[in-house]
Design a protein around this ligand. Structure first.
Ligand code: SF4
Length: 448
């Protein structure tokens, strides 16, 4: 898909590395929580990164606002960053642990003047039982313990739409280790009915803060995880039809729910579907359909079809097959229809990425098959971060495995958390700053 229709995903880095949960694993570097959240810095750096992505990768893209916990930004700063990302042609998605209230969401979506700032918001919320310190479920014992917080998260956005007309796209992220693999089916089944439109599963990797590594992550394979997803959804989830980057990193299956039943958009065993895919990519693949109003996308598509009329019968055959597969038009009576995409994204271990990345910088190909495989995956990466200061576009794996630690060490100096003044503090361990109740490092910090 990448290079024929899509450009892959983008993400921010080095902006607000802090987080107020204590998960195992945690991909943030050990210095991340020693950096102050600073809205001005975040807006300025995101603007630089987005401008660079636009210059290097083109006028439209999907970019994740990530690097720490996004809800630690004030609502106004968060809104300002989203505007900056839109201004650079990026469709932003805010990455969160989801542990914030409706008041925060409302103040993000609606300005102090009472007018909504966005017509649509995208969030990816991370929920899994490896996470600790969530206010509503500090120590989940099972994945099912988190169904309440999962539903509450989605319901906030439903309320936002009711009260302010702001639509949303919601993704659910889950880290998977041997400890919770057997519960993936249950999560896939339950979360697919909650109101999310994407369920993304990430096998855990040894990257980030090594004090938070816990377990033998490499015991599970992508196939193990995908089997769990299929068990939960109750059907085959074909992913080979539309490949983004390297299959060892990514599996994606687009589809839609009708009631409680999921249907794939591309069945990789259907000749009609594969012919339609190839015809689309060959004749219409260069048309940008995302990030523009629907009527503009429709107009562009119509113009493309007019220039390549032979795509029409292929498209009609595909559409007929899709409708039949979904049970005919009568199936629409069986319930609500909404998009549902399944994703597997397997980050790599820092111990592999570091040598592979170093050799790539010297144009060397490793003779070690394992490191060579890591290099191939880095070269096919579909998740890019921008370094305008060095003129580099960096795979997220290299960012987290190699660059984050130094970057956060520098940020720690640039944006120090203001030390607590001893005589303002009444506790016995005065002088050790930590986060206040809202997670914002400031002079109002409590001590630990
Ligand atoms: S190289 Fe890393 S960041 Fe890039 S697609 Fe593969 S797993 Fe994802």
């Amino acid at each position: 898909m990448v290079g024929r229709h899509a450009i892959g995903c983008e993400g921010t880095h080095g902006v607000f590395p802090q987080c107020n949960l204590t998960c195992k694993p945690c991909y943030h570097s050990s210095d991340a929580n020693k950096v102050r959240i600073d809205g001005e810095h975040t807006v300025r750096e995101v603007a630089r990164q987005m401008a660079y992505l636009r210059a290097r990768r083109g006028p439209r893209g999907h970019a994740q606002l990530i690097g720490g916990e996004v809800s630690l930004l004030t609502p106004d700063d968060h809104a300002a960053v989203l505007h900056v990302m839109h201004d650079h042609g990026r469709e932003p998605m805010s990455m969160t642990h989801g542990d914030f209230d409706y008041d925060y969401l409302q103040r993000l979506a609606v300005g102090p003047d009472g007018r909504r700032r966005f017509t649509r918001l995208s969030f990816a919320a991370h929920f899994d039982s490896l996470m600790r310190s969530r206010r509503t479920m500090p120590r989940p014992r099972t994945e099912a313990d988190l169904h309440g917080p999962r539903r509450a998260f989605v319901q906030m956005f439903a309320r936002l739409r009711r009260e302010h007309g702001v639509r949303s796209f919601l993704a659910h992220n889950m880290t998977v280790t041997p400890a919770n693999l057997a519960e993936v089916a249950e999560v896939a089944h339950a979360a697919s009915m909650m109101g999310f439109s994407m369920l993304s599963f990430q096998p855990a990797a040894f990257v980030g803060d090594d004090r938070r590594w816990d377990g033998s992550y490499r015991e599970i394979t992508n196939d193990d995880l995908w089997t769990q997803i299929e068990t939960g959804i109750g059907t085959r989830v074909p992913y080979a039809g539309l490949q983004f980057g390297d299959q060892r990193c990514n599996r994606t299956s687009f589809g839609f729910m009708i009631g409680s039943t999921w249907h794939p958009l591309i069945d990789d065993t259907s000749p009609h579907d594969l012919a339609a895919r190839d015809t689309f990519l060959t004749n219409l693949g260069g048309i940008t359909l995302g990030g523009v109003p629907k009527w503009v996308a429709a107009l562009r598509l119509a113009r493309g079809v007019a220039a390549h009329p032979h795509v029409v019968p292929v498209g009609l055959r595909y559409a007929r097959g899709l409708v039949q597969r979904a049970g005919g038009l009568g199936a629409l009576r069986h319930g609500r229809v909404w998009p549902m995409t399944f994703v597997l994204h397997a980050f790599m271990d820092a111990a592999d990425v570091a040598p592979a990345w170093a050799m790539l910088q010297d144009d060397q190909v490793s003779e070690d098959p394992h490191i060579r495989a890591t290099q191939e995956r880095l070269q096919a990466c579909v998740y890019t971060m921008a370094h305008p200061e060095t003129g580099m576009l960096v795979p997220a794996c290299a960012q987290h495995a190699v660059l984050d630690a130094d970057e956060n060490a520098q940020l720690r100096t640039l944006l120090p958390i203001i030390p607590v003044v001893a005589d303002q503090c009444t506790c016995s361990t005065a002088g050790v700053p930590t986060l206040d109740g809202a997670g914002h490092g400031s002079s109002s910090n409590t001590c630990r």
